[in-house]
Write a protein that binds this ligand. Sequence first.
Ligand code: IFM
Length: 460
Amino acid sequence: MTRFLPDGDRLHFGAATASYQIEGATTIRGRGPSIWDTFAAKPGAVKDGKDGKDAPDSYFRYTEDADLLRDLGAEYYRFSVAWPRIIPAGTGDVEPRGLDYYDRVVDALLERGVTPTGTFYHWDLPQALEDKGGWLNRDTAYAFADYAMVVHDRLGDRVKVWATHNEPWCATYLGYAAGVHAPGLKLGGEAHRVAHHLNLGHGVAAQRLHAAGCEDVGIVHNLAPIWPEEDCSPEAADGIDAIRNRVWLDPLIDGAYDDGLLRVAPELADPELVQEGDLELIKGSADWLGINYYTPVRPGPTAPPAPGQAVHPETEGYPGAEPVTFVVRDPRTDIGWEVEPRGLEELLIETHKRTGLPLMVTENGAAYDDHDRIERDGVSIVDDQDRIAYLDAHIEATRRAREAGADVRAYICWTLLDNFEWAEGYTKYFGIVGIDPLTKDRIPKASYYWLQSQLKDSAS
Ligand code: IFM
């Protein structure tokens, strides 16, 4: 049972960000290094060679961001906490200045009538833990739960809705298999061990959070509708579905890894990895589920790479599944992702049927290169009609899913501010508010004002 989740009477709205992408201030007030600081320092790892220290400086400008959320009419703000600010070495000493910062952020939001929802892990693992194996090490799951409890002890009186992880598929398979996200490893099937430890970390943390009285513990996944092309083999499509969707949902709902998954991820049958009691602990541990959706996945023909041939990073994100060519149809956003709102509608309906859990769209948005400008109140702003069309179509898709019976409580847009887009650096713009690269001033785009008018209508 959830107590503080948005109710289901209507669709509620908000905006999301993540610590490493917006805060900046990566080396001050006791913050320890994270795997993203280390990864971004490797030549070629991030497109523009930059890292989180060039982010929009929300560490110092959080009140401006809270003002923007209030003026937008956002009911909810989904933020994440940076583990390296709270426990700089991953385990052990707590840095009070880190907790103080989030305390201030939460109060600033509440003072403005915006409800904060927190995510404990949005990919900024303390480097000290990576040095001991990161998520390949079972101990990291328990360290994660300890950290989550420290944060909850401090903020739980005001932040009632929590997610453990954001998009563990990316943390696992982009980080430890494709090597395009931190920590930048290419371990093939060994990455499935990371998936289990993230599931376990969620389960241990959820158990302890529940025991501490938190009734709204969720997890956020970038599940995807898998739409195989005609020439994709059923085995290949099943393997991709297993690694993208079932490795997360099956333990949560059934307390099991299914046979189709074990075919492509035999590592998950290792009793030293999946220990007695792990799956029972994970089963039923989420009170709600967050869905991040951007685009469908269309596996095409099976195409085993020739020796020495470059493999598309997406393919390496599904280790053990038959390698396929991924098809991307038009229209596409500036990051190359197909625009297909039907994917969101289907995903919400099917995930609700599969899990029975209340859902929130915890991220949805689009990267465009934002070249058109208009004048508004004497200020030149980005006229991002393509982003408005994207958001409009996906909010409509969310409403259709609700009408079809899916229990979707909220639509949280990605993202409030242009920010550090991981391996793309600062070259892709997802924000409804632009950032002046020199002054870091916030300049709302046309999509901000458009969403503001939608939110006014939906609240009235
Ligand atoms: O920027 C990311 C976010 O951190 C996680 N979900 C997808 C977004 C766009 O790539």
